[in-house]
Every structure is written in C-alpha cells, then in structure tokens.
Design a protein. Structure first.
Length: 256
C-alpha cells in the first residue's frame, strides 16, 4: 500500500522513467496499487521502458464478488503483468490477526493464474518457504506450491508465467529476518527449474525465474551473476527511485 497518494505515486514513476530512459535490454515492470493504474494508463504511460502490472487479481471473470478486481478489468485498464501468491497474501496468521480470514491457498492462487492467463496478463507467481531446516523440508514446501498453483496450466501457456522465488525468512517485513545469499537462491533456482522441467518438459526452458527477498543495489549483481536468477522482484527498494534505478542499471550492465 505505497505510496499513500496519487501525487507521490506519479512523482515516483516519473523519476523512475527519467532514470531508466537509456535502458535498452532490461525489461521493467512497475506494479502500483490498483487505484493508480487508471491514471498511469491515461498518461500514456510516458515511456515504453516501463510496463504496468498489478499487485493481485481475483480468480473469477465477473459476478457478485464485492471488493474484488478481475484480471480482465486489470488488462482493460492497462496492466500487462500481475503478481500472484505473494507471501503477504499467503500469510494466514497475518490475515487472521486482521480479522479477514485465512491466507490464500494454492488452489485459490491457481484459479487466479488461470484467470489472468485467460485475460491476457502475464502472472508473476511467487513461491517460497517460511524457514530453512536442516532436513531440507523447505524443498517440499516449494514443490507443493509450484505443483498446486500450476495445476491445469498447459505447456503452451507456461512460458507466459514468471516464477518469483521469495524466501519469506529474508523479506524485509519478516520479524527476525535473515539475509539470503546467492548460494541460497542458486540452490532453489536449480530445484525450481527441475520441478518445472519434470512437469512441462522442454517448454520449461522458456520460464523465467526471478528473486525477491530484500533486493537492493548492493546484492543485485550477486543474485543475478551467482544466484541463477533471470531477474528481480524488489519491494522496499522500489519506493526509492534512485535505488531502483541503480538496480536497473546493474541489470542493464550485466545484459551488455
């Protein structure tokens, strides 16, 4: 839920557009809160360097679902990507403490993935473990998320989905968080690609795997060069135009 006003959101996006004006090889997607999308669409959006995305979508096309926003609505308003299954939406204890029920299930996220693909959006599917244990049970957790969230997805559609590995223990909003290393990311990148290959065959080679978990300009190069990642999903760093632009510049330099 940032920034808090349209004025702040416009200022941030204008600054980002200015900083990344010379980018040629790096794809940039900005996913603002829903209510800012209409304004950004009507503005042009002012640079072809930035593509708009949404932070969530509902799993039904239309109907009596008060407060929900469908994937088709998002596409019509100018979004081309959508983040699904983010850890903050999966976190059942957090949602229960707020009095809004349990967190999103893999089955629910699967419905959102299907609805988003049908509407023409490219899903950014977040998966990740709550913690790492010595018995390596966290692999099973990520495998279950991938398999259940991608149930019924065809080989023809899978290349349109981006997998965002998001170790929950490393994100900035987690209490007593720890820094993830490029070795942690690389281990999981290999595992994720193996699961996808077993399920979708040769088409899995076209799926991008990106990293999200307290990404900043200091660790960007390491995650991209040594973490086996195809891109990044910055959170807090994206609210600082200069910090975000530095991340993009590092990506651009590595693509040269």
């Amino acid at each position: 839920m940032n920034p808090l006003s349209l004025k702040e959101a416009e200022k941030l996006l204008v600054q980002i557009a200015k900083f990344v004006s010379s980018v040629k090889k790096t794809e940039i997607v900005v996913c603002p809160p829903f209510l800012y999308l209409e304004k950004f669409k009507s503005a042009g959006w002012r640079t072809k360097k930035v593509t708009l995305g949404a932070q969530n979508a509902f799993g039904r096309d239309a109907g009596a679902y008060t407060g929900e926003i469908s994937a088709e609505m998002l596409y019509n308003i100018g979004a081309r990507y959508v983040i699904l299954g983010h850890s903050e939406r999966r976190a059942m204890p957090v949602r229960q403490s707020l009095g809004i029920g349990g967190g999103e299930s893999n089955k629910e996220i699967n419905g959102k993935v299907k609805a988003s693909l049908a509407a023409g959006l490219r899903p950014i599917l977040c998966v990740g473990e709550n913690f790492r244990d010595e018995s390596h049970a966290y692999f099973s957790s990520v495998k279950t998320q991938l398999e259940e969230c991608l149930t019924g997805i065809s080989k023809n559609s899978i290349s349109k989905i981006i997998i965002a590995y998001e170790p929950i223990w490393a994100i900035s909003s987690t209490i007593d968080r720890k820094d993830a290393t490029s070795a942690d990311a690389y281990e999981m990148a290999i595992f994720i690609r193996k699961i996808l290959s077993d399920r979708f065959g040769a088409e899995a080679a076209h799926i991008r795997v990106i990293y999200g978990g307290s990404v900043n300009k200091k660790n960007t190069e390491d995650f991209l060069k040594n973490g086996g990642m195809d891109g990044l999903l910055p959170g807090r760093a994206s609210l600082n135009a200069k910090e975000f632009s530095e991340i993009v510049k590092i990506c651009e330099a590595l693509n040269s």
